[in-house]
Design a protein around this ligand. Structure first.
Ligand code: FES
Ligand code: FES
Length: 202
């Protein structure tokens, strides 16, 4: 899958202005320039956003205050990432941004400027086979209603890649940001342990 950054420079609408007061430098410190501008945007301003989502180039206009989750769900119609709490508390919205897991409800879409986003829809390799983590969740009955599952799977893939799968206790610790109201945790831990082996072999 080609998921290189698009490399197209951001273009900000001329109507984007900075607030004179309010958000201070500390609030926007650490954000990419486009994200910092987004945080300071006037309501109604538009931002041209260029990124890659699941390997495909996306070039779209957004309200600078749009979250990455709303961009994915409402504009790109990728509804795998779920809006559980919208406050960074449940992990249902977990996606990968440049290969690292993020809560997309807490991430400004502008922060994805010129970056790569991977959602559950793009996780499986081309050809029809599931990703080993998806298959392991099925094999270990690691879900009931399934609402948390896309976020669990994306977080679990990161958990393995980060090397946080030494034992069940470590998996539980590094998956603690992903809540399952159905309580499928036993299956989730087993699935991650199984998938970790499959991913190492694959
Ligand atoms: S919806 Fe993002 S953490 Fe709950
Ligand atoms: S399977 Fe229902 S919330 Fe996790």
């Amino acid at each position: 899958m080609d998921d290189d950054p698009a490399g197209v420079p951001p273009a900000i609408s001329p109507c984007l202005t900075r607030r004179e007061a309010g958000l201070g430098a500390a609030l926007v410190a650490g954000l990419a320039p486009a994200a910092a501008q987004a945080a300071q945007a006037t309501p109604g301003a538009t931002l041209r956003l260029v990124l890659r989502v699941n390997g495909k180039a996306v070039d779209t206009m957004v309200d600078p205050r749009t979250s990455l989750l709303d961009l994915l769900r409402e504009q790109l119609h990728l509804t795998g990432a779920k809006k559980g709490c919208d406050h960074g508390q449940c992990g249902a919205c977990t996606v990968h941004l440049d290969g690292r897991r993020v809560a997309s409800c807490l991430t400004l879409a502008a922060k994805a400027q010129d970056r790569r986003v991977l959602t559950i829809e793009g996780l499986a390799p081309p050809g029809g086979a599931l990703h080993p983590m998806q298959q392991a969740f099925i094999d270990h009955d690691a879900l009931q209603c399934g609402y948390c599952t896309p976020g669990q799977v994306m977080a679990a893939v990161s958990c393995v890649r980060e090397g946080h799968v030494t034992d069940a206790a470590q998996i539980r610790e590094y998956m603690s940001g992903n809540i399952c109201r159905c309580g499928a945790y036993t299956g989730i831990v087993a699935a991650i342990q199984d998938a970790a082996t499959r991913m190492r072999e694959g």
